[in-house]
Design a protein around this ligand. Structure first.
Ligand SMILES: CC(C)(COP(=O)(O)OP(=O)(O)OC[C@H]1O[C@@H](n2cnc3c(N)ncnc32)[C@H](O)[C@@H]1OP(=O)(O)O)[C@@H](O)C(=O)NCCC(=O)NCCS
Length: 151
């Protein structure tokens, strides 16, 4: 899985969210709910990265909610400076634009924090990132920054 480069100076604007959905940084007292969601759907490595993202104020972890229901999350500037990820949407909530909305909201925050480029770390769905934010694969980046990490 390559890393991908995103030019933040020509990011698409953030579109409308599906009816009833809100995006915002997670609050400290929501950490246990968010981490349980990530553990249930995505595994321990992402729980570890989300734990770090949640320690920032405001958290560098955005959540998509509908009422009190958690639908998805996206982290930025966590494992490496300027990197996006991890991110995930609950299986039953996919295909409604939430993944794209979380991605663009996080990238806009990275840009506002002073980065000119963002990096999608270890991009799984390469086509998703190409289409939603104009990301391009970084040559020779697999294995890249994560090389040699403990499993
Ligand atoms: C990747 C993921 C976050 C996308 O979330 P989603 O809410 O289903 O995506 P969206 O509905 O916002 O999709 C936006 C667009 O991307 C497209 N898309 C979504 N997933 C895609 C994929 N895996 N490959 C290519 N295109 C994809 C959609 O068709 C849609 O296109 P459209 O605007 O032309 O209709 C979600 O599938 C997920 O949680 N996957 C498992 C975790 C994961 O792989 N995270 C990324 C690790 S780097």
């Amino acid at each position: 899985m390559p890393d991908m480069l995103v030019p933040l100076y020509r990011l698409p604007s953030q579109g409308a969210l599906p009816e009833g959905v809100t995006l915002r940084p997670a609050l400290p007292f929501e950490a246990h709910e968010v981490l349980a969601f990530v553990a249930a759907h995505f595994g321990q490595k992402w729980v570890d990265e989300c734990t770090v993202a949640l320690a920032a104020r405001p958290a560098r972890l955005l959540i998509a909610t509908e009422g009190t229901h958690l639908l998805g999350f996206a982290c930025y500037d966590v494992t490496f400076r300027g990197f996006f990820g991890p991110t995930g949407v609950a299986p039953e909530a996919r295909g409604k634009g939430l993944g794209k909305a979380l991605l663009l909201a996080a990238l806009h925050r990275l840009r506002d924090d002073g980065f000119a480029y963002g990096i999608i770390g270890g991009a799984g769905p390469v086509a998703f990132y190409q289409e939603t934010c104009g990301a391009t694969p970084i040559p020779d980046s697999d294995p890249g920054a994560y090389s040699g990490a403990l499993v």
